[in-house]
Ligand binder design. Structure first.
Ligand SMILES: *Cc1c(COP(=O)(O)O)cnc(C)c1O
Length: 456
């Protein structure tokens, strides 16, 4: 190696100090984007022939660029699906980077993949899937859904009768946009059952009954949602499972957001039927307190995923010793070269224990109930529906869509809170309403009160 470079040591200390400051600060403001032109004006040229130097570039980051990002873990960031990575997981994300591990093959990544698999075993145990079920960490829910849909389609196409058929899947309008987007990627059609509320077995059965003969032939999978992103609604997994079994359809459950709630005893029963799934998506970077990015796809029969995804490069057959043989994450999802992105989760689970995860998820559920109560007591606002998982939809009585937009903008401008409106289907029309999604267990009742009080 080269002699130790004093500048490099200083840079390392600076970066560590930044990371520690960022991890320990609880009162940070919520950053806000600026236009690209405005950022360019502030930053100037940074990628040049000779470089501008790490210290200079890092100062630009701290002074301007970092402030033009929205911290997803802020306790008053309740927009979309926020996040709240544990300190242990963030610290181990740094270790993951520093260790330069290629996470596609056991041969190169054994130590890291071993840890990922320990964490995965816990996640799989939450689902109640039978012995033999297993999964792999992906870049997120979208990649997990895609990996599962490819597996389902390839499995279906093993039958000569379907080799040349274009596939069809059924889901509901409550499903996440990534289901439709990934259906495009694999060129299958999607039939949407017209309910944003809980998709029930009978509705699915009716949808199947109404298919033409050729559509029925093309139907190979049903996608249910285990916690809709918009409202936290869990489909009737048990009823849907029974129909999938009867109709011989692949049953995928997208629990990217809601999956964390499998750890919470108070709501676990709402997921009954999940143990019948053929595949499940869960995003540890949403409600399992992992840093971005970390999704997971789990299969009842991982061998089917391997048949669909294994890339089998001929240059991979050279490793003969026993230690190099093992679980190859690349075989079970779409990506080859990959970060061992389950490693931070493993370290955090090992540090805190799974009980703490249960408690942290229960707190998110409790915050939704607290918000529901505060909304009921406040004459300015009313619930659109009862809180479900950690999502709360409510309206400010008398507000028009632009009032919500202005309010969101004002709170964000002040660095106070990020709460964004959404739409909820009300009869035949879509109503603009306000929405909370709780993930961060450090959000307080006072935070919620202050946000509601700002709706004057
Ligand atoms: C967030 C989400 C996704 C997409 O996951 P990414 O990690 O953003 O790719 C898919 N499905 C549901 C239900 C989600 O909430």
């Amino acid at each position: 190696m080269h002699k130790i470079d004093i500048e490099l040591v200083e840079m390392t200390m600076d970066v560590m100090k930044y990371a520690i400051d960022r991890l320990s600060s609880t009162q940070s403001k919520i950053g806000k984007p600026k236009s690209e032109a405005k950022l360019k004006e502030l930053i100037g040229e940074t990628v040049t022939g000779k470089g501008v130097g790490g210290e200079y570039a890092f100062n630009l980051w701290k002074k301007h660029l970092m402030k033009a990002t929205v911290p997803v873990d802020h306790p008053r960031n309740l927009a979309f699906v926020p996040a709240s990575p544990t300190r242990a997981s963030i610290m181990f994300d740094l270790v993951t980077s520093a260790s330069s591990i290629h996470g596609a093959y056991w041969m190169e990544g054994a130590g890291g993949i071993f840890c990922e698999n320990e964490a995965m075993r816990w996640i799989v145990s939450l689902t109640g899937l039978p012995e033999g079920a297993f999964g792999v960490f992906t870049s997120g829910g979208t990649a997990a859904n895609l990996s599962a849909m490819v597996t389902a389609r390839e499995h279906w196409r093993k039958n000569d009768a379907f080799k040349r058929e274009k596939g069809l899947i059924i889901t509901s309008i409550g499903a996440h946009s990534s289901i439709k987007a990934m259906a495009k990627v694999i060129d299958v059609d999607v039939l949407l059952v017209d309910t944003e509320d809980r998709l029930r077995g009978e509705e699915l059965q009716n949808a199947i009954k109404n298919l033409t003969e050729s559509e029925r032939k093309r139907l190979f999978s049903v996608v249910a949602t285990g916690g809709t992103t918009n409202a936290g609604i869990i489909d009737d997994l048990k009823g849907i499972a029974a129909i999938c079994e009867k109709e011989n359809l692949w049953f995928h459950i997208d629990a990217a957001y809601g999956g964390g709630a499998l750890a919470a005893d108070s709501v676990r029963h709402l997921f009954n039927g999940i143990e019948k799934a053929d595949s499940i998506t869960i995003d540890p970077h949403k409600w399992m307190f992992s840093p971005y990015d970390c999704g997971a796809v789990i299969y009842k029969n991982p061998e089917l995923a391997k048949q669909a995804h294994s890339q089998e490069g001929s240059y991979l057959d050279i490793f003969k010793d026993e230690g190099s043989q093992g679980f190859n994450p690349t075989d079970y999802q779409i990506q080859l070269t990959r970060r061992v992105r389950g490693l931070p989760l493993w370290f955090s689970l090992a540090t805190h224990g799974t009980d703490r995860y249960k408690e942290a998820v229960e707190r998110g559920l409790e915050l939704a109930q607290i918000a529901g109560k505060l909304i009921t007591e406040d004459p300015n606002v009313e619930l659109v529906r009862e809180p479900s998982l950690s999502c709360v939809l409510y309206r400010r009585i008398g507000w028009q869509p632009e009032d919500y937009t202005n309010w969101t903008y004002e709170n964000h401008r002040k660095g106070f809170a990020l709460v964004t409106p959404t739409k909820w289907k009300n009869g035949d029309t879509f109503e603009t309403v306000s929405r909370f999604c709780f993930i961060n267990p450090d959000t307080t009742e006072q935070d919620i009160k202050l946000i509601l009080d700002s709706m004057v």
